[in-house]
Design a protein around this ligand. Structure first.
Ligand SMILES: [Ca+2]
Length: 369
């Protein structure tokens, strides 16, 4: 460990004594080890069928929509300013913060120092990754004048409103309230500015919606070599391959795109797959968490938040843009409604939903590539 600290001290110009003193107070975190240990293969067989209806219902509930409204109301000016500066949809930023931490209510109560030290030096399955995160974390704390042991986060070291891993915080963290510090745990403007900056850097297109509903099938999905997280093809090529828009769009044929599949299973066991065209804005959300389910849920929660925030807004009803988004929303709603007719989640389901919302280390914001 001393070698690690010495190297960090040399590379980042951080006093070795400071590093030694700060890490000396770290304690082994058994839960960090437990939660990052892969399940035995025997258990993995039981992994339930992929079901977007269930996933969506767990993440997009009344509480998340209601608290999202409060978050938007108290941050309206900041959200508008950040949108002007970055072009990123403020409802998408809010939705990510809602899904990651329930707008700051659930940012994790682990000492980040303990988590990262444990995963770097005690439980070493992914030690290389976590040592790099630990180095970023100590570097960040030193530059910001923060005591590492005082910082709390998830069992894997993800922090704050947007649950950034330290390397992402170092690379994309922004000061949103102008106090000179980046504090994504206690400052909502900083959390907002950082998430928006992450999306901007990873390809968000100003004014471009993430998802458009389309008709497609498995054969088209395979033929277009779909399934990755990058917009690897174009709108025009997807159309040529047989993808049909379900709504009008103003997308240009040479715009980068990807085909997104969202399989679902209803309670009566009927199954299906909804297909969507994802834009570069969708690709930016996928860089936050490499899961179609995650990025689609973010997009749909953002739509719910926007609809609620803007009320009925009759003037916009004729706007093609609004028509598009409305079509998106109705696309998934009927299925979800059938699966969950007015069922209020009990405490256990709620806890599961929160667990599902916790990003796994593999899914945490990635380093720039
Ligand atoms: Ca700040």
């Amino acid at each position: 460990m001393l070698g690690f600290l010495q190297k960090l001290s040399d590379e980042k110009d951080i006093p070795l004594e400071w590093l030694k003193e700060e890490v000396a107070v770290a304690r082994y975190s058994p839960l960090s080890e437990k939660y990052t240990t892969p399940r035995p293969k025997a258990d993995r067989k039981k992994t339930p069928e992929k079901n977007f209806i269930l996933y969506r219902r767990n993440l997009i509930n009344d509480e998340r929509i209601e608290r999202g409204g409060d978050f938007i109301a108290r941050n309206r000016e900041v959200l508008a300013r950040i949108e002007r500066e970055t072009g990123v949809d403020p409802y998408v930023v809010t939705a990510i913060i809602g899904i990651e931490s329930i707008y700051g209510r659930n940012m994790g109560r682990f000492r980040v120092l303990d988590a990262l030290m444990t995963l770097s030096f005690d439980y070493t399955r992914r030690a290389k990754y976590y040592r790099s995160e630990l180095a970023s974390f100590l570097d960040f704390c030193y530059r910001q004048g923060v005591s590492p042991v005082s910082v709390q986060g998830s069992f894997a070291g993800a922090m704050g409103l947007g649950q950034f891993m330290p390397a992402s915080l170092n690379a994309y963290g922004r000061d949103g309230d102008g106090d000179g510090m980046i504090d994504i745990t206690n400052s909502e403007p900083d959390g907002i500015a950082s998430v928006a900056n992450f999306l901007k850097v990873h390809g968000w297109i100003r004014g471009e919606k993430p998802l458009y509903p389309v008709e497609a099938d498995e054969a088209i999905f395979k033929a277009t070599k779909s399934g990755g997280i990058k917009p690897h093809t174009t709108v025009g090529k997807l159309l040529e391959a047989g993808v049909k828009p379900k709504t009008e769009w103003k997308l240009k044929n040479d715009e980068p795109a990807l085909l997104v599949d969202l399989p679902w299973v209803r309670k009566d066991d009927t199954k299906g797959v909804d297909y969507w065209l994802g834009t570069e804005s969708f690709g930016a959300i996928l860089r936050y968490n490499r899961s179609y389910f995650y990025a689609a849920a973010v997009t749909m929660l953002a739509y719910e938040l926007e609809t609620r925030d803007k009320g009925e807004a009759p003037a916009e009803k004729t706007d093609a843009e609004t028509a598009k988004v409305t079509a998106q929303a109705t696309e998934v709603k009927p299925a979800a409604a059938q699966a969950a007719p007015e069922v209020k989640a009990d405490a256990k389901t709620e806890a599961k939903a929160e667990a599902a919302a916790q990003p796994q280390p593999e899914a945490a914001p990635q380093k720039a590539s």
